[in-house]
Design a protein around this ligand. Sequence first.
Ligand code: FAD
Length: 141
Amino acid sequence: MLVRLMYASRAVPAVDQEELLSILRKSKANNPAVGITGVLCFSEGIFLQVLEGGRSAVNQLYNRIAADTRHTQVELLSYEEIGERRFAGWSMGQVNMARLNPALLLKYSERATLDPYAVSGKVSMSLFEELLATASVVGQP
Ligand code: FAD
């Protein structure tokens, strides 16, 4: 039983590039053992993350992440049962914002900024899929 979950959250001010790297390191260390794959995007203080895997594993991780004090306003955007993974190649991929074309953001939202709170979960998922297609996701499997 596979599920895909997507949420958005706001980083607390103390979260900088080093903290982001620490979160990614921890994710890459923990996720393979529990069969979790996904992608994390961080832009202008906003996290957008997709988690895929077994239902229990994804639910447990989401609850742990939601309790993490490094972010607030954790908002579930999408939760679905799936037949196959979309992000199977990443234990936790990272969206390379430097390679992000502003036109891609404009395609899906009113302004060229990442604001998952202002768009539907479906729109944020479409954005993720395009990022994947345009090789803007980096990080070892
Ligand atoms: P330890 O690393 O041993 O940590 C023990 C406790 O301390 C945990 O409760 C942890 O939450 C807390 N903690 C550790 N470091 C800090 C810190 N710098 N500031 C505040 N509290 C801290 N974890 C994953 O395993 N996979 C993911 O995909 C993942 N994605 C994340 C995405 C975001 C946006 C954030 C903010 C966190 C994410 N985490 C992820 C981290 C997760 O919230 C837990 O911190 C982590 O899973 C705990 O790992 P551990 O059980 O090995 O405990």
